[in-house]
Design a binder for this molecule. Structure first.
Ligand SMILES: [Zn+2]
Length: 230
């Protein structure tokens, strides 16, 4: 039986003399081929190297993600009328902590470790989300008559929310960083999933009956996802 090949990207290079493989955490498997190369030959070549490819993919999947953004100077929570300035205080201790002042978040400790700073910011944001989002979900649930079983706040990388078949709703803690109309939209969207799981026409009609501007909300969400501070 032929081994299953992972997905890969083909790069044509004028300088390449032969086929070469490269695996990184960000790109997955990239196959570079010389210009004019017949790519129909690739599956056979890759099949011979499938063990090496699987090993390499597994190895990079365990690497920490590089920080792609600089640390934010501020966290805006427009739906809650809050804006937090972030102040970093380097202290030679082996932990990093966060303290709320008035409109200031003071982060002390190993602040040169940006990942540690992001971690404490995320922990803080999650607590805020746990304090603020349940009441919002409850209110929209009452207004729409769409009931749900439970709520979990998560740090999801790619989704604003989700809903299980049992009616449990997950909301992304980063909703706190969105304007109020978009928070409202995400919550209505997930509550509608308690009735209809799929993104069918019926589903969007249901969403539209509570939130007519859902199309523009979806577009705004996509745009804003690329500019999140953390
Ligand atoms: Zn959905």
């Amino acid at each position: 039986m032929a081994p299953t090949l992972p997905a890969y990207t083909i790069k044509v290079s004028n300088r390449a003399r032969q086929v070469s493989l490269r695996v990184t955490r960000e790109t997955g498997l990239v196959v570079t081929v010389p210009a004019g190369y017949d790519i129909r030959r690739l599956p056979a070549i890759l099949s011979q190297k499938v063990d090496w490819i699987q090993d390499a993919l597994e190895k990079v999947s365990k690497l920490p993600l590089p920080i792609k953004k600089d640390l934010p100077e501020k966290l805006h929570m427009p739906a809650f009328g809050q804006s937090w300035r972030i102040v970093l205080v380097p202290v030679a201790i082996n932990r990093t902590s966060i303290k709320e002042g008035s409109a200031v978040l003071e982060i002390r400790g190993r602040v040169e470790d940006h990942q540690a700073v992001i971690r404490v910011l995320k922990t803080w944001l999650k607590k805020k989300a746990q304090a603020y989002l349940p009441a919002w979900l409850d209110r929209v649930s009452r207004q729409t008559g769409l009931s749900y079983q439970g709520l979990a706040i998560r740090d999801q990388r790619t989704r604003w929310g989700s809903c299980t078949a049992a009616g449990n709703i997950n909301l992304n803690m980063k909703l706190l960083l969105l304007p109020p109309d978009l928070v409202e939209y995400v919550i209505i969207h997930e509550l509608c999933h308690t009735r209809i799981m799929s993104h069918s026409l019926k589903f969007w009609q249901l969403v539209g009956s509570y939130y007519p501007e859902w199309r523009s909300a979806r577009k705004k969400l996509r745009d804003i996802s690329r500019q999140l501070p953390i």
